[in-house]
Design a protein around this ligand. Sequence first.
Ligand code: NAD
Length: 279
Amino acid sequence: MAENFEGQVVLITGGARGQGRAHALAFAARGADIVLCDRCADSAAVRYPLATEADLAETVRMVESTGRTCISSVLDTADRAALDALVARAESELGRIDIAVANAGVSVAAPVQSMTDEMWSEVIGSNLTGVFNTVAAVAPGMIERGYGRIVTISSMLGRAGNTSMVGYSASKWGVIGLTKSAALDLANHGITVNAIAPGNISTPMVHNDGLYAMMRPDLEHPTRDDVAPVFASLHAQPVPWLEPEEITRVVLFLADQGSAHISGIVIPVDAGNAARVTG
Ligand code: NAD
């Protein structure tokens, strides 16, 4: 695998921290210029802090310290016009977008009987409409140039259900349907579209007091050590969470020029949980 992205331009949504930051740094280290966006604002429907403008600025600083160019924008991926404007700016300043990683997402936890309209709209807006907007915004330029690699981020909950995950799971199953259909729409244009379905990844999305309390309702202030066995039970291998870089290496693989004839697939990176589900 060449894994050389010299001269290529990569758009990464939700790039201020977590997995998005890991992807940005890996592409930059391999020669790509980076286009980042993140909403950098909390949501009333999300019970943990989302990224801040300082997080986004830090990712930009880290990318630029590799010598690469980095464009960034504070925007909500549910806002199609904002994404279109960022893509237009990137195409004008950097010439094109070769690779897009539709990574931005939120976790909204509530059982179906108490999920509010606001929670549902947030999770579908960020996790499904946001991915559609990303793919739709980059597709015309990629078609024009006859080349593109699009990677979407689903979840192991895009292959199964779980308690209190009705909206999240629906959004992530949706990402897989979107990915497969977009792969067919773009198959004649040198563009691949593939999904990754991560297990528990060690980012602020899982390491927060709200989720810890949900996982250990028997404890008043559960710690990382207290929740680790519960997280591990969601995997088959005995590990509670994986590092973001384990997702990055699959993103790099799918984004490689040599992966030209891999399209419409889902790659689980979930410590063996995939063995428990079909598809
Ligand atoms: P994270 O919370 O650290 O990062 C997500 C980033 O997306 C944040 O910077 C957040 O501000 C941004 N974001 C959220 N909604 C946005 C929106 N509408 N517009 C723009 N930016 C937005 O979590 P992460 O683990 O790095 O998550 C990355 C992706 O991986 C998400 O799609 C998530 O659903 C998925 N995922 C995560 C896990 C996990 O266990 N962490 C597991 C499976 C899938």
